[in-house]
Design a protein around this ligand. Structure first.
Ligand SMILES: Cc1cc2nc3c(=O)[nH]c(=O)nc-3n(C[C@H](O)[C@H](O)[C@H](O)COP(=O)(O)O)c2cc1C
Length: 406
């Protein structure tokens, strides 16, 4: 499992409110994201939901007594182990204690010792929520950098309605992902990643495409976000879900990808071009569907824009990473890619290809072989962060990523 929470140690504090039962689902969701969840309950919370529920969901013992394991000074150990602290639900009482630095139980003692990012999901009755003391405590916590999620509006305990319901657990998970990312080594950086194939329309139902799955670009985007970068992922058609904490722009054609990438690149510190952008497209997309009984059509191809070259021309101090799918002499082909190419050749000639019913190798067939190579790479081993080794692992079809700096 990749993503900002993978491998992270998360401290989940549960306090004594009606919404404590929802924290069980939150614990499960946090664990599903690949991290370790250590639950600490206040004594009041244990009256609302049993510690055994959390122990079973997290696979770890639950603690609620500050004098448990005195030999290990539990609150200090828990605080030092955690990458992020979450309190959900957080009672009015917890907010007040935290704002004033009280440490009279295991959870508040641990939170006072903890120095990392803190995410709090308050939940309480509307009167407690709007009380001036609670407002003041919230302001104090916000000023200290505590990340507050919710509460939401809706039905409350005792048959009332209003603001006070604990935020949806998935919304809390997103806040935790953002909070963790802020401390990463790419914090403050904007990384643009491209992924997937492009589809170049022949008519309204047919297109020229390739077998790229998009997995590599999505993995790179998720890793960059996990390390704190603001990430824009421009992707061609794929069935992959949006990676967490990543801004995703979905496009279809090379032209649309070019527009989205150039716009996003304005503020980017790094651009990783993992997409398998088509090199050729039909010169004209036929409006409507080409009828089968009209015979095999001539499809005139023209080159698509060379996005990587354009980015190279305006790259400034950005890091620019490009990939190429090759067959044959991989090293030599890769080095040729690094050398500046004369503009005239870049444009290429028009190519005429007759799409035939039977198999005859032509430019499109050759192109397909290359695109299949790109797809094989994409299907594969995009490791966490190491683009170069990801490319090399895919040999013999793939040429390693080409990175330029400065
Ligand atoms: C049935 C019941 C429901 C409660 N629900 C909430 C709640 O949703 N939010 C809250 O702030 N306090 C709620 N309380 C009050 C807290 O349980 C009380 O303030 C307690 O001292 C909180 O302790 P803790 O913050 O250490 O968990 C509720 C109390 C009862 C009896």
């Amino acid at each position: 499992m990749s993503g900002p929470l993978a491998g992270r140690q998360m401290l989940l504090g549960v306090t004594g409110g009606i919404a404590a039962y929802k924290a069980a689902y939150l614990a499960r969701r946090l664990r599903e994201h690949g991290g370790t969840v250590q639950v600490v309950m206040t004594p009041a919370a244990t009256r609302f939901i049993g510690p055994d529920t959390f122990a079973a969901l997290t696979g770890r013992p639950v603690h609620s007594d500050v004098f448990e394991h005195t030999e290990a000074v539990l609150h200090v150990r828990l605080a030092h182990q955690a990458d992020v602290a979450i309190v959900a639900p957080a009672t009015a009482n917890l907010l007040a204690k935290l704002a004033h630095g009280l440490a009279d139980d295991l959870l508040t003692s641990t939170l006072l010792e903890f120095t990392g990012p803190v995410v709090i999901a308050p939940a309480m009755h509307i009167g407690m929520w709007s009380a001036p003391a609670t407002r003041h405590n919230l302001e104090t916590l916000r000023e200290r950098g505590v990340r507050l999620v919710g509460p939401d509006e809706g039905p409350l305990a005792a048959g009332d309605e209003g603001t006070g319901r604990m935020a949806d657990p998935d919304e809390i998970v997103r806040a935790v992902e953002e909070a963790i990312g802020e401390g990463g080594d790419l914090a403050g950086r904007h990384v643009v990643v491209t992924a997937g194939p492009t589809h170049e329309p022949i008519d309204v139902v047919r297109y020229l495409g390739n077998r790229s799955s998009g997995k590599m670009g999505f993995a790179v985007a998720a890793e960059a976000a996990a390390r704190g970068a603001r990430v824009t992922l421009v992707t061609g058609p794929t069935s992959l879900p949006d990676p967490p904490a990543v801004h995703v722009e979905r496009v279809e054609t090379a032209e649309q990808m070019r527009a989205a990438v150039l716009a996003a690149t304005e503020s980017a510190d790094a651009v990783v071009k993992a997409a398998a952008v088509a090199d050729f497209r039909p010169k004209e997309a036929v409006p409507g569907k080409i009828k089968k009984d009209a015979g095999v059509p001539d499809v005139l191809l023209e080159p698509t824009p060379d996005i990587l070259r354009e980015l190279g021309e305006r790259k400034g101090s950005r890091v620019l990473v490009g990939f190429a799918a090759e067959t044959g002499d991989l090293d030599a082909a890769g080095r040729r890619k690094l050398a500046p190419r004369p503009r005239g050749r870049e444009r290429g000639g028009r190519r005429r290809n007759r799409l035939r019913g039977r198999h005859e190798p032509g430019p499109v067939d050759r192109r397909r072989r290359h695109e299949r190579a790109a797809a094989d790479v994409d299907e594969g081993r995009a490791g966490r962060g190491d683009l170069r080794s990801a490319g090399q692992a895919a040999a013999p079809l793939m040429l390693a990523g080409v990175t330029t700096r400065g």
